[in-house]
Design a binder for this molecule. Structure first.
Ligand SMILES: [Mg+2]
Length: 398
């Protein structure tokens, strides 16, 4: 039996809205369009920048920067208070458009998602281009796409495509890394752009004269594993542009929890807190094993009369850190437990699971890292010409 000429590699689109909060603010107040402005907290209240317009970025303003510093860099910067409800409504509309294309969508934040289109008959680039235009024209939200055969390369392609557009307006970039060119595309990029390379690892790698992803790819898997343990094997694969992680939809990864029913009811607050801490650490271990982070922490408690209240809280940032989960659970516990009250069952769980956005998406959050990477890309471009990183990818018409 012969199979049709269908592609055998995967096709992943990474979608990222450009300066999303600012784009929504421009819809609310069109007079902001083109101006340097930032959504964030007021400088006299030690606020930080949540999102900044491209005109503001052109003057050095970045996300996560203290508002006071941003105003110092750009004195005419206008500070706008956030309208989170409106952002969430806009985000829902975007994700509905995306889900109209396929069910295989992994939303990783309010303005970012991976979309797997491997099984659709149309090629990823035409699907992406149409989606991009639709979101930009019909929802009035500029957005950039990265397209590759896996999540890692699609995300980095998008980051690179956005950074390469050095102008004062939204990039609306579309960056494609064709199948087979993953390693070649990654090779000139700074090693810090690789998922899993934090400042400490980057420092160790620099001591080994490893600065680019290509430098890393040239080291043998064995040597990397000797120096870095298990993460060394992962780094070796990622440096070559290999990433087999699936799209995780919310339906598949619902929740992880642990609970215990005591043989004898427990009155001792310290013992209950210890149990919750242990449960949180086990939940965190499960999360790490599955390479997931959680957005919501839940507490379940059963009183001796068998009534079973639950409480939940949303974290500021998704996490797989046991200590953060424990603290959130204990805080919930303190809200419903009175000293000395007997407890029959206690459980800690997490939901709202996704794959680590803070590692894949540092771009929007860590302006210092962003600046370093942008400088590195700029240097590469100065040294070898624009084609060094634009090779193998297309930019959108602007
Ligand atoms: Mg964004």
């Amino acid at each position: 039996m012969t199979r049709s000429e269908k592609t055998t590699f995967r096709q992943i689109i990474h979608l990222d809205l450009d300066a999303f909060y600012c784009a929504v603010e421009e819809q609310l107040d069109p007079s902001l369009t083109g101006l340097p402005f930032a959504v964030g907290g007021r400088p006299d209240q030690r606020g930080v920048v949540s999102s900044c317009s491209y005109a503001a970025r052109a003057q050095g303003v970045r996300s996560a920067m203290p508002t006071a510093r941003a105003l110092h860099l750009c004195p005419q910067l206008k500070i706008v208070s956030p309208h989170y409800k409106t952002y969430h409504e806009a985000s829902r509309k975007v994700m509905a458009r995306v889900r109209a294309v396929t069910d295989l969508v992994e939303q990783i934040s309010v303005d970012e998602a991976f979309i797997e289109v491997s099984d659709l008959s149309e090629d990823a680039e035409s699907i992406g281009r149409r989606l991009q235009t639709e979101i930009r024209k019909e929802l009035d939200l500029p957005n950039s796409l990265g397209i590759a055969t896996n999540k890692l390369v699609a995300k980095i392609a998008n980051d690179v495509g956005k950074a390469a557009k050095r102008s004062g307006s939204p990039p609306n970039a579309l960056t494609v890394v064709p199948s087979g060119q993953e390693a070649e595309f990654l090779a000139p990029l700074p090693v810090e752009m690789l998922w899993g390379v934090g400042p400490k690892t980057a420092e160790k790698l620099a001591l080994m004269e490893i600065h680019t992803i290509g430098d890393l790819a040239a080291i043998s898997d064995y040597n990397l594993s000797k120096r870095f343990g298990k993460i060394g094997w992962d780094l070796a694969r990622r440096a070559k542009g290999i990433d087999n992680r699936p799209i995780v939809t919310e339906r598949e990864a619902k929740s992880i929890s642990q609970e215990v029913t005591y043989v004898k009811d427990v009155h001792d607050g310290e013992k209950l807190r210890q149990t919750m801490r242990k449960q949180a650490l086990n939940v965190a271990k499960q999360l790490k094993k599955q390479e997931l982070v959680a957005r919501t922490v839940k507490l379940k408690i059963r009183w001796p009369d068998f009534s079973t209240p639950t409480r939940q809280t949303t974290l500021a940032k998704p996490t797989s850190d046991g200590e953060i989960i424990a603290q959130a659970a204990i805080k919930l516990f303190e809200q419903i437990w009175q000293r000395g009250k007997a407890v029959r069952l206690i459980g800690v769980g997490v939901s709202g699971l996704s794959q680590p956005p803070q590692q894949l998406g540092l771009w929007d959050r860590d302006w210092d890292k962003e600046r370093r990477i942008q400088e590195a890309i700029g240097k590469l471009q100065d040294q070898f010409g624009d084609q060094v990183i634009s090779r193998g990818f297309l930019e959108n018409e602007e």
